[in-house]
Design a protein around this ligand. Sequence first.
Ligand code: BMX
Length: 286
Amino acid sequence: MTEGFAVDLGGTKTAAARILAGRIEDRLQAPTDGQAGFRAQIESMAALLDRLGYRSGTRLGVAVAGRVDAAGRWQAVNAGTLKGIAGEPLLDRLRDRFGTEIMLRNDAAAATLAEARLGAGRGAGRFGYLTVSTGVGGGVVLGGRLLASRDGLAGHVGFVSSPFSDDPCGSGRRGTVESVAAGRAIALAAGTEDARAAFAAATPRAAAAIDRSAGAIARLCADLQAIFGLDRIAIGGSVGLAQGYLPRVLDHLSGEPPLFRVELVPAELGQDSALLGALLPEGPTE
Ligand code: BMX
């Protein structure tokens, strides 16, 4: 049973929660400062936990944007999102600060596990999850196991190439799915302050930016289908779950040959999947 405290540090917001019997009892969030250094990011997590009444030694799950390697070191893949995070000993510092019972993983990996076990992935032996948010992240669960690599990069599906873009990406690559489909890319193309404003604007320019993102995500889903042969993909994240976005993706996916049209559903756990997944133990999902 999922019980304890959890933190989800994403590119835009950092959330913390007290979780009892697999349910969020109390939840707080604050904006993430993408310019902040390692220590400041730990302080912002600690401040939220403190306000929730967290006591050192209590079970804690931490999910972060960026890759987490097997030694618990933390590094932004998109260096433009978390500028001060370049190979930090996160697990060690969390243990120093909060005690020994710490679980640490990538935010999209945490959300994938939660959806696979408690949400939209139940009953799917081969399951994929995509978050379209500040960045584009994801995870794949095959036969109950989350696909993972020692360097923490596996599952970072936002950094595969997209035919829709040749723009530079904060990962150092060019023309990635993230560089065309992420919330930041939508805002840039729509000429709005953020992706939320692009959805609200309803101008032809904003609609085109959103549609281009949805088209890139549909292509990614068909690619994932070709690579993994998935039973289902769930889409989450603030953009992924925004009104009207999933229908646009489905529309684009319907243009693919039937073999590549994977079943596509909205994430069931909403914005809280990474918080819930941060506390889930490793191991088979079913
Ligand atoms: C990026 C990458 C992933 C992350 C994903 C979603 C960084 C900083 N982030 O692809 O690690 O899982 O975005 O992150 O390299 P979010 O900020 O949109 O929640």
